[in-house]
Design a protein around this ligand. Structure first.
Ligand SMILES: [Zn+2]
Length: 457
């Protein structure tokens, strides 16, 4: 059976999209930011976008030809009929002739044709539409291959519960219903036909004790009062029959049917029963086709949370983890480069460059002054510029001090004039200067200091 095949994932789709000449051309165009209309694509194809290496149309994944037949089989596995299959496809997958293909496959299938022909309302008793889930349920028995199947349909959501029972006695029926009530609560109204188990005093007493307020049975000669359950019975039986269910695998096929039934939009409500009953679209293997962008994004967020919410920019004053001489400590420095989210190049205040993980870097508001203590043989003539800037001992002001040192300029071979006008955005040439041997501390000093300088004017 198709359902045993390994499900197709969005990765498969992405791979196959690349291999397909037509689709990969569209993908490439999108990757290059080309407007599809501008290069001749029309109709829905022109509306394609891409996600995770797959083409998408709205929320639907565009399926390469190779997988179309298999997915048609997947859609068809529960024989839910043309309309439901189209509805299900509409939330998941797309290719240009998908509607026609679904029609073709369903038109060759008697159970699907029957489902399609079934007018939803004509013979049914007019029930007031309940305002909440599980307020009114319809129950009925089906027998299939000698097995008894109790079917319970929620009138509001069309959610269906199905149980194979060993017998159809009132006691057996009550046991099953009690289990369902334990999951979903006690309905206000239970509707059934006049079968012996439902008319029995045991059943009525059970409902009364549970707290069901009304038990409605179909009028004699008017079986359609319980039409909702009956339709469920017919739909299920046809699906099981055409799926080739046997007594041994009956439960398996019931499960397969229910999964798809609950996921597909219902003709009456226009929504999948799972949406009305559970408040969400249930996942099935068909969802593997969708690029899981949301998860990818949230995983990314989690990664970030595990330590990377922090980040630094070149020029930021930091303390970095030093391992000099086998001793771990925090030393002052300046971020020189950002190599990805996690890795930085930090220039120590003595002018050396170190590569550090973000976990080994913390923000520091140290005045640059402290820096010079490290290895600053050069005298420190203070330029007036600093005092103008800010009286506070901010990193900038201290850097300004450094910047103005005469020794530095000479080393960097940069004319003083340009120096003073330099914005902090001009640090690239500092890197090479780091490398030089410690023999020229003055020069390193100047370089380092220069980068973060900001001259507000
Ligand atoms: Zn079918």
């Amino acid at each position: 059976m198709q359902i045993q095949q390994i499900p197709i994932t969005s990765t498969d789709i992405a791979n196959e999209t690349l291999k397909d000449k037509h689709l990969s051309a569209i993908l490439t165009a999108l990757q290059n930011g080309t407007d599809l209309r501008a290069i001749g694509y029309k109709g829905r194809e022109a509306e394609y976008s891409m996600a995770d290496g797959c083409l998408t149309l709205g929320q639907r994944v565009v399926i390469p030809p190779k997988f179309r037949q298999r997915l048609l089989e997947d859609l068809h596995v529960a024989h839910i009929g043309i309309v439901k299959m189209k509805g299900l496809a509409r939330s998941l997958i797309y290719w240009p002739s998908i509607d026609e293909d679904i029609e073709r496959i369903a038109k060759c299938c008697e159970p699907c044709l029957n489902n399609a022909k079934m007018p939803p309302k004509t013979r049914s008793h007019h029930w007031e539409y309940p305002s909440v889930c599980w307020d009114r349920i319809h129950v009925d028995y089906a027998d299939f291959l000698g097995k008894n199947i109790l079917i319970v349909v929620d009138a509001y959501s069309k959610w269906m519960n199905v149980a194979i029972t060993n017998s159809t006695t009132a006691k057996a029926t009550c046991d099953v219903l009690e289990g369902m009530f334990s999951l979903y609560g006690i309905p206000t109204v239970v509707v059934s036909d006049n079968g012996p188990q439902f008319s029995s005093s045991v059943f009525k007493e059970f409902l009364r004790i549970q707290g069901v307020r009304f038990h409605k049975t179909s009028a004699v000669h008017h079986p359609s009062t319980n039409g909702q359950a009956e339709r469920g019975v017919q739909t299920l039986k046809r699906a099981l029959k055409s799926a080739g269910a046997t007594p041994n695998n009956l439960q398996h096929f019931i499960n397969a049917f229910l999964l798809q039934y609950h996921k597909s939009p219902h003709q009456t409500t226009g929504k999948p029963p799972s949406v009305l009953f559970l408040g969400r679209v249930i996942r099935s293997r068909l969802d593997l086709l969708k690029p899981d962008l949301q998860r990818r994004m949230s995983e990314q967020k989690i990664t970030n949370y595990s330590g990377n919410v922090r980040s630094f920019d070149p020029g930021d004053r930091v303390m970095y983890r030093s391992f000099a001489q086998g001793v771990e400590s925090w030393k002052p420095g300046v971020v020189a480069n950002k190599n990805g989210d996690l890795h930085y190049e930090v220039r120590s205040d003595t002018g050396q460059m170190f590569r550090r993980h973000i976990d080994q870097v913390i923000r520091a508001s140290l005045p640059k002054k402290s820096v010079s203590l490290a290895d600053e043989p050069v005298a420190r003539p203070i330029t007036p510029r600093t005092s103008i800037r800010s009286p506070v001992d901010s990193p900038q002001s201290s850097q300004a001090h450094n910047a103005s040192k005469p020794s530095r300029e000479s080393m960097t071979a940069q004319p003083r004039a340009s120096w003073t006008q330099q914005t902090p955005a001009s640090p690239p040439r500092q890197l090479p200067s780091e490398a030089p041997a410690p023999a020229a501390p003055a020069r390193r000093y100047s370089l380092r200091a220069r980068k973060p300088i900001t001259y507000p004017e």
